[in-house]
Write a protein that binds this ligand. Structure first.
Ligand SMILES: *Cc1c(COP(=O)(O)O)cnc(C)c1O
Length: 305
């Protein structure tokens, strides 16, 4: 793994605040690599290795217009000289993807973008559809949307280590639940993992986790999605900007920001026993801020600083 081990394998831990006798820290996974952000680097690491060990023509994956996963796969492709193909949801984007910061950078990083309709996109994990893609693009290594597979979960086990042993609670934002599943696998018996889903009605994610691990020392906090995936409110933007001012850390508005808002609320409600030490995982995703700000400017609203 020499090729990929040039990066910080252990992220730094930053003290954030002490509130109601509870200490909050942030694991700066966002700093793991300048272009392959946070948990997406963890999820790609063993997939990149499998790619290099196989005889594949390109790495192919799926995503929406602002996807951190698309951004990370494209950046990794550039970094490790791997051809990449992105199957993007929404035909209408084809003529204007240069206006989208995520897709523009992905394309600059050498990713071939293929736009498909929303209805076609629903087949993204259908084996017959994947066969059609292989016929079209050759012997491609296929990663699912969001990048979660066994290699991804294995990579996320490495988020925790010696440096994280002393924390009683670990907070983690959730999309597909791949990241938190790796963390649940590698945490110790004295730790409780709290998942903060970025989407509404996310109770089903409990079963997703159980697909990857039989351990049960976790709980989901379902109330901090702000209306749904990628939905943001002016109150939430204010929170993000105040947090950045106070602690000198940018949070991404889709995942880590919502987790931190929820976590601070739980502390205020005395959810945690006194003297608890809570470690929140900053999973990265800061590339998404540009796209969100573009939309906020169009709507004449305050932006993320
Ligand atoms: C993708 C992503 C997540 C969600 O990770 P899952 O493994 O899908 O649960 C969390 N935070 C950030 C910044 C992400 O980009």
């Amino acid at each position: 793994m020499n090729e990929f081990s040039q990066f910080n394998e252990q992220s730094e831990i930053q003290f954030i605040t002490k509130l109601n006798e509870v200490e909050i820290y942030l694991l700066r996974e966002d700093q793991i690599h300048p272009n392959i952000s946070g948990n997406k680097f963890r999820k790609l690491k063993y997939n990149l290795e499998a790619f290099k060990n196989g005889n594949y023509s390109a790495m192919l994956t799926f995503g929406g217009a602002y996807s951190n996963h698309i951004a990370a796969v494209a950046a990794a492709g550039k970094e490790f000289s791997i051809p990449t193909i992105g199957i993007i949801r929404g035909e209408e984007l084809e003529s204007k993807y240069q206006e989208n910061p995520t897709l523009q950078l992905a394309s600059q990083n050498g990713m071939k973008l293929e736009f498909i309709s929303r209805s076609e996109y629903r087949n993204k994990s259908n084996p017959e559809f994947l066969e059609i893609l292989k016929e079209k693009f050759g012997n491609v290594y296929i990663l699912p949307e969001g990048g979660t597979n066994e290699f991804a979960v294995k990579g996320c086990e490495e988020i925790l280590g010696q440096h994280t042993k002393e924390y009683n609670f670990i907070a983690c934002p959730m999309g597909t639940a791949g990241t938190i599943s790796g963390i649940i696998r590698s945490c110790n018996d004295k730790q409780t993992i709290l998942g903060f889903p970025a989407l509404k009605n996310a109770d089903f994610l409990r079963e997703e986790i159980q697909q990857w691990t039989s351990k049960s020392n976790f709980d989901l906090i379902l109330d901090y999605h702000f209306g749904g995936y990628a939905k943001i409110t002016p109150q939430f933007i204010d929170f993000l900007n105040e947090f950045t001012q106070k602690y000198n850390v940018n949070l991404d508005p889709i995942y880590s920001g919502k987790m931190m808002f929820g976590l601070l609320n739980l502390v205020k409600q005395n959810f945690f026993p006194a003297k608890s030490k809570v470690l929140a995982i900053h999973t990265g995703g800061l590339q998404g801020i540009k796209g969100i700000n573009q939309q906020l400017i169009q709507e004449n609203k305050a932006i993320i600083r």
